[in-house]
Structure formats: structure tokens, C-alpha cells
Ligand binder design. Structure first.
Ligand code: HEM
Ligand SMILES: *[C@@H]1O[C@H](CO)[C@@H](O)[C@H](O)[C@H]1NC(C)=O
Ligand SMILES: *[C@@H]1O[C@H](CO)[C@@H](O)[C@H](O)[C@H]1NC(C)=O
Ligand SMILES: *[C@@H]1O[C@H](CO)[C@@H](O)[C@H](O)[C@H]1NC(C)=O
Length: 605
């Protein structure tokens, strides 16, 4: 058990998940029998007999089923009244669709990523579906029209929602990613100037961090050894973001790396078997929290049953907070110093640092801490994920690697540092990044919950009828599945083909079909770091291919349990060809990391 920590003001303000689950369970378990017993007594003067007990017990499932039937009936009626249709409901064989729940849980544990959801859409021939797991509404969606409505045209009717907050509030608190309403508006306005074009086109930071990263890969290459790129790239994105947002050199790239052959499967990636330092502890805590929060999501609103006595995220959150505390202290001290010196941070001046500005805007140390965690998460794992799968595809498809390298050498030669303008004029590089984010969007699942008005989701290319969305209903939007829809992308939708982006036809179609491609989602809450991430990834890839000419996966160095099982070979889609296990824990990642060899460029390439 984690040691006691004083609750933050924010934590004191949020409802207790235990109370919620206990209240709803008590309602389902005790109310029907009580009413049955009382009813039998009033109507028939029945005392407590075996029959009363039997009926009382039976009243529990009977009332659940009756309530569910009534809910479906009244939703269908409301839908018809609004000129819409109810969203297709999963019809499982067991009560509460338990058989389907079990299938999905199994698929999350050992199947191909989101295949369980993909199978449901396939079976029911739709792009928006209501799982009705445990008799409740839970919408899954891979429909571009619904995505657009939820994130853009119908934005004001949604929030992240109670289920999301229950799972993640403790970690993200008042941070931008988690905030709603006015708090969100203020947070977004505070951060926005720091993502303006002038700022994100300053590439000095990327040069520093890229160079360190590439030196590390080269060091291993010279010893004919592989390197875990997932770990390395997470350090690269973390150090880059720290310099960019906090003006602080975290230098996690200088910390000892994991050694080939001396790792085991961690919560997400590879972790060292022994000799672990403080940074390893932080990384592991970070991974653990992502896994826990994702697992809670898979379990739906029943997850608190497994955490009645202990909030399992508490311990890793404490590790993360401890690790970040020096940063917070530094920001606060600097703020005091600036106050004494009468210095005011101007958000629009070029050398202003986000963290300093944030500290100046808020006297609330707790809020600063939450924003730090938020931006740490938003910037580290996402961009690392993009680069991990980019490198995976460079190894997976050598001809792509050659083509990309050719464009890079033609544009910048073997040594020149990339410029903002230069990066903008590299169609193949952009096509390569687009294609990577199509098949492996770093944030593949985004949830929203409707507020208290019933809504009508507009028709789309796949759903011809408008759909009725009941109030207070969560919708999970899966860009990962939307991006592979054959009706939108063609029969080769599962194949990695950057060339498709060079086809005018596709670009015209994407133009005409908004949200058909949306790795950063869209609308007012669109990813704030989109341009930053694309520049960072583009810069890194240019520097990488100036120094390396080929890559090879090192399956023999992957920890046990992290390679695709043999029986995937005959399956449809990407499942048959994948050489790593893509997984989702908050962001996409490769299970067990990504151990690879890099081949340094020969001088005459
Ligand atoms: C390839 C890299 C990235 C991808 C695919 C990505 C994707 C996304 C997505 C899908 C969202 C929307 C989540 C939602 O609406 O619930 C989001 C939000 C956000 N992203 Fe990114 N992101 C990336 C990199 C970054 C970076 C590098 C930063 C910061 C330096 C960043 C900062 C944010 C922030 C602050 C939000 C919350 C915006 C809000 O709620 O108003 N992201 N990102
Ligand atoms: C990549 O995707 C973006 C966003 O849809 C698009 O604007 C851009 O034209 C695409 N790039 C290429 C080379 O097709
Ligand atoms: C897509 O739309 C943008 C602006 O709306 C336009 O500049 C661009 O040429 C269009 N691309 C294609 C391929 O139609
Ligand atoms: C989360 O990561 C673990 C370990 O890598 C993996 O077993 C699990 O399938 C992942 N979750 C999902 C939803 O992919």
C-alpha cells in the first residue's frame, strides 16, 4: 500500500468512485427485494415465507431486465419522435451481453489491437454501435460523421464525462487535457501562444536532442548491438518537450540505457532486469499508471469493484509526483524571484518559457503540478509512439526507407540541418508520417460523454439514418478503426503504403470527407501540440536518415511474450503481417518495446 498523501484541493472536490458503485449496486440489489416483500405483504398479507424469499431474489434479475427493456423501448420511441433511429445494439447470448464482454476482454489481453471492436462492427455491419454491456449504453464509433459532430459541430453538447474523470482525475486534475468548461478555456488560452508558429519553428532544441539520440544508436551499432528504440525515443521526446515547454534540461538521454538481453517485459515496454535507477522507477510508474487507467476503461463503469480497498494508481502517481517535484520547486522559486525583480513574462515574446508564464498566471502550485503532468503525458508518449511506428515501418519496408532517404538527401544532403520551410516541402516525408499515423494513430481512442439533452447524430457515408444519442452517454471514438475502413480507404486499407498520399484523388477525398483522417482529432479541442509534434518527428527523421541507411528489427532481443503468436499468420488484415504487438495503453505502443539494429550510412550513399 502506498503511504498516505495529503489529498489535493482538487481531489477533495471530486466524487468518490467507491460511493458511486456502492450506491448503484445497493439500488440494484436491495430495492427490488424490499419492494417485493413490502408489495406482497400489502397486497396479499404474505409474511416471510419461502415463496416470498424466492420471489424477492428473483426480483433482482427481473427488475434489471425490465428496466433495460423499458429503456430500450423508450429510447426507440424518443428516437422516432426526433426522426432518428436508435444506434444498433449488440445482442449477445448471455444476460448483460456478458459473452461479448468476455470476448472483448480476451481480445484486449491477447488479440490484435482493437480487433474485438472491429469484429463487432463487421458482424453488425455498422460504424456506430451500442454495446449494452451490463445493460448500460456505451457507444463505440468509427464513423467520420459522428466524429465531426462530437468534436466540432456538436462540441457544446459534450464533455469528457464522469467515467473518464473517475478513471483519470487523480493523475491529471485541473490540467488542460482533463479540464472542462471555463477551466479548459482558460488553460487553453494560457498555453496557446507557446505553440505559435515562430516558437515551434525554432529547431535548436531538436538538434540537441536528436544528436544525442542518434549518437546512442550509433554507439550500439558500432558494437553490433541493438537498442530499444521505444525507450530511447521516449527519452528524446521527453527531453525535447522539457526544453521547449519548461526551459529545463531533464537530460534523461544521459541516464543509463537498458542493455540488450538484460530486460524483461514491463507494463508497456522493456524494463531492466536489475540495477534500476530513479529514472527507471519513474518510467515504470508512468507505464503502470497508463496500463491501469486503460484497464479501467476496458472494464467500463464496474472497475471500482476491483479497487474498492485500494486505488491502484496511487502508488505510481506518488512516484511520478516525487520525480517531478524539483521542477515544480524550481518554477515556484523562479516565480518568486521574478516577482521580487518586477519581471513580467510576456507570453508573446520569443524567449518566454511556458512554465514561467504558467507559474506567473497562477498562484496555485497544485494546478502548476497538474499542468506539468499533463504536458509531460501529452508530449512524451504520443510523439514517441509516432516515431516508434515510423522506425518500425522503415525496417518493415526497406523500399520506403530508401525512397524517404533519397528525398532527404536531395533536400538537405548528408549533413545540413533541416529548416522549417525545408520540412514543409518534402511530400514523401509527410506522406510517410501521414501513413504511419493512419495505421497507428498515437491516441487511437478518444471518449466524450453527452450532456443532458438528447441528441441526433447526423448521417454519414456509412450510416444513412440519423442516429439517436441518449443523454449522459459515453461515446468512444476509435480513429484506429476509422482509418482502416475499406469503404473509405479502399481494399488496401490495411497495407502500409505512403504512396497513397501522393495521389491527388486521395487528398481530394480527404478534403471532401472531413474526419476520414484525424490522428489529432479536431474541433476546439484538437491536439494543441500537432505542429510541434510533426516538426519534431520530421526533424528527427531527417537527421536519422542522414546518418543511417537501413534498419532491422531484432526479434531475438524482444522480451519473452512480446512477439506476435504464430496463429496470427492466417488472419485477415494487418494481424497476419505484423512483426510487433501493437497495444494501447493510453497511447499506442509496441508491447515489450522496439529492439532494432541501425546500419550507419556509408559515405557515398
Ligand atoms: C504524434 C503526436 C501527437 C498525437 C497523435 C496527439 C494526439 C492528440 C489527440 C487525439 C488529442 C485529443 C484528445 C481529446 O480530445 O480527448 C490531443 C490533445 C492534446 N495534445 Fe496532442 N498529440 C500529439 C502530440 C502532442 C504534443 C507534442 C503536445 C505538446 C507538446 C500535445 C499536447 C496536447 C494537448 C495539451 C492536448 C489537449 C488539448 C485540449 O484538450 O484542449 N500533443 N492530442
Ligand atoms: C497529410 O495529411 C494532412 C492532413 O490530412 C494533409 O493536409 C496533407 O496534405 C497530407 N500530406 C500529404 C503529403 O498527403
Ligand atoms: C483541399 O482543400 C484545400 C483548401 O480547402 C485546397 O487548397 C487544396 O487544393 C485541396 N486539395 C485537393 C487535393 O483537392
Ligand atoms: C496494455 O499493455 C499490456 C502490456 O504491454 C498489454 O498486455 C495490453 O494488451 C495493453 N492493453 C491494450 C488495450 O492493448
Amino acid at each position: 500500500m502506498a503511504p498516505q498523501r495529503e489529498l489535493t484541493e482538487f481531489e477533495k472536490s471530486i466524487p468518490d468512485y467507491r460511493k458511486r458503485i456502492l450506491v448503484s449496486f445497493s439500488k440494484a440489489l436491495f430495492l427490488p427485494p424490499i419492494f417485493t416483500v413490502l408489495g406482497l405483504r400489502t397486497l396479499f398479507g404474505q409474511g416471510l415465507s419461502l415463496l416470498t424469499v424466492l420471489l424477492a431474489v428473483l426480483s433482482i434479475p427481473a427488475s434489471i431486465i425490465a428496466r433495460s427493456q423499458y429503456e430500450e423501448w423508450s429510447q426507440d420511441r424518443e428516437a422516432a419522435r426526433l426522426g432518428a433511429k436508435s444506434i444498433t445494439r449488440v445482442q449477445g447470448k448471455w444476460p448483460g451481453n456478458l459473452d461479448v464482454v468476455l470476448k472483448i476482454v480476451k481480445s484486449f489481453e491477447s488479440g490484435y489491437v482493437l480487433q474485438g471492436f472491429a469484429d463487432l462492427f463487421e458482424e453488425y455491419k455498422c460504424t456506430t454501435i451500442n454495446t449494452r454491456f451490463f445493460w448500460g449504453d456505451q457507444i463505440l464509433c468509427m464513423d467520420e460523421g459522428v466524429f465531426k459532430f462530437i468534436t466540432t459541430t456538436g462540441f457544446q453538447h459534450f464533455e469528457k464525462g464522469i467515467l473518464w474523470h473517475e478513471r483519470i482525475d487523480k493523475l491529471l486534475g485541473t490540467g488542460l487535457f482533463n479540464a472542462e468548461g471555463e477551466l479548459w478555456k482558460r488553460g487553453r488560452a494560457t498555453a496557446r501562444p507557446f505553440f505559435a508558429k515562430e516558437r515551434i519553428s525554432d529547431f535548436e532544441i531538436f538538434e540537441k536532442t536528436s544528436k544525442k539520440t542518434l549518437d546512442l544508436i550509433e554507439g550500439r551499432s558500432n558494437q553490433k548491438q541493438p537498442i530499444d528504440l521505444q525507450d530511447l525515443l521516449s527519452r528524446f521526446t521527453l527531453d525535447s518537450a522539457a526544453l521547449f515547454l519548461w526551459g529545463t534540461a531533464l537530460d534523461t538521454l544521459d541516464q543509463p540505457l537498458t542493455e540488450p538481453g538484460k530486460v524483461k517485459l514491463g507494463p508497456k515496454g522493456s524494463i531492466a532486469i536489475d540495477g534500476r535507477g530513479e529514472f527507471d522507477e519513474f518510467t515504470e510508474a508512468f507505464e503502470r499508471v497508463a496500463v491501469l487507467i486503460t484497464r479501467r476503461g476496458v472494464q467500463g463503469d464496474t472497475w471500482p469493484l476491483l479497487e474498492l480497498f485500494e486505488d491502484k494508481t496511487e502508488e505510481p502517481i506518488q512516484v511520478i509526483l516525487r520525480w517531478m517535484e524539483p521542477l515544480v520547486k524550481k518554477a515556484v522559486a523562479k516565480k518568486e524571484q521574478m516577482k521580487r525583480d518586477g519581471v513580467v513574462v510576456d507570453a508573446h515574446s520569443e524567449d518566454a518559457v511556458f512554465l514561467d508564464y504558467l507559474a506567473q498566471q497562477s498562484d496555485d502550485v497544485e494546478h502548476i503540478r497538474y499542468e506539468l503532468v499533463t504536458f509531460l503525458i501529452a508530449s512524451r508518449d504520443t510523439t514517441a509512439s509516432l516515431l516508434v511506428f515510423a522506425l518500425y515501418f522503415l525496417a518493415f519496408r526497406p523500399e520506403t526507407c530508401d525512397l524517404l532517404r533519397q528525398e532527404i538527401l536531395e533536400t538537405f544532403g548528408p549533413e545540413e540541418t533541416p529548416t522549417y520551410e525545408g520540412l514543409k516541402n518534402m511530400p514523401y516525408l509527410r506522406a510517410f508520417i501521414n501513413e504511419t499515423l493512419r495505421l497507428f494513430p498515437a491516441a487511437p481512442l478518444v471518449a466524450r460523454t453527452s450532456l443532458d439533452t438528447p441528441l441526433v447524430l447526423p448521417p454519414s457515408t456509412a450510416e444513412k439514418d440519423p442516429l439517436y444519442l441518449p443523454p449522459h452517454t459515453q461515446v468512444m471514438m476509435a480513429s484506429l478503426l476509422l482509418h482502416k475502413r475499406h469503404d473509405l480507404w479502399g481494399d488496401d486499407a490495411d497495407d502500409f503504403k505512403p504512396e497513397r498520399w501522393l495521389d491527388e484523388g486521395l487528398n481530394a477525398k480527404i478534403n471532401a470527407t472531413s474526419f476520414m483522417y484525424c490522428p489529432f482529432y479536431g474541433g476546439p479541442r484538437i491536439c494543441l501540440g500537432q505542429e510541434f509534434a510533426l516538426n519534431e518527428a520530421g526533424y528527427f527523421l531527417v537527421r536519422l536518415l542522414q546518418r543511417f541507411q537501413a534498419f532491422r528489427l531484432a526479434p531475438e532481443f524482444m522480451p519473452e511474450g512480446s512477439l506476435p503468436p504464430a496463429h496470427w499468420k492466417g488472419k485477415p488484415g494487418r494481424q497476419a503481417v505484423e512483426k510487433v504487438l501493437p497495444a494501447i495503453n493510453f497511447t499506442m505502443h509496441s508491447k515489450g518495446g522496439l529492439w532494432m539494429f541501425g546500419e550507419p550510412a556509408t559515405a557515398t550513399a
